[in-house]
Design a protein around this ligand. Structure first.
Ligand SMILES: [Zn+2]
Length: 178
């Protein structure tokens, strides 16, 4: 049997639950609330307003955007990897296709480049169309999904980078670095 600890308000003396953060009579913070550390403020003071998109993605971008970019690149690696493996015996040209797609995925991964993403999507569409024309089979939809997700992810990254930069410029407190 564990008994709930009781504390007393340092302002009005009301008896409070041992876990309370505020007095429910007068609202004064209890000793518990002093244990809560405020969320760390991002260190924006030392950020160069001309930060490159690459550095932004590495240092300041929201985790969800980093994840979207990484996941879309991983889809490219998977598509490219499968294509390389499947082509090893049958089709030397397929190896090049696969490597190109892996390379574009790497470009998206490392630089969040929208250009790489758009090229990846174009390559994916060409690949599917070409495969259909040559063999009559409609395959390679995963390439298209990879290409589209690269475009969406790098576009998000770009927008977030732009608004981050304009936020830095419009905040007068951030002009006294260097
Ligand atoms: Zn009180």
């Amino acid at each position: 049997m564990e008994e709930n600890k009781v504390i007393y308000c340092k302002n009005c003396g009301a008896e409070l639950d041992g876990n309370a953060f505020f007095c429910n009579k007068c609202g004064t913070p209890t000793a518990n609330s002093e244990k809560i550390t405020p969320p760390a403020q991002p260190e924006t003071q030392n950020i160069d307003p001309n930060i490159s998109k690459k550095d932004y993605m590495k240092l300041c971008a929201p985790a969800s955007i980093k994840k979207a970019v990484r996941n879309s690149a991983i889809l490219c690696y998977i598509c490219g990897g499968i294509t390389v493996l499947a082509s090893l015996l049958l089709n030397p040209l397929g190896i090049i296709d696969g490597l190109v797609f892996i390379g574009l995925g790497l470009g998206v991964h490392l630089t969040s480049s929208r250009a790489c993403a758009i090229i990846a999507l174009v390559v994916a569409v060409l690949e599917v169309v070409l495969t259909f024309v040559l063999s009559g089979t409609l395959t390679g939809w995963l390439w298209i999904i990879a290409g589209i997700s690269c475009v969406i992810a790098t576009n998000k990254a770009h927008k977030s980078y732009k608004s981050f930069k304009s936020g830095l410029v419009s905040n007068p407190n951030l002009h006294d670095f260097q």
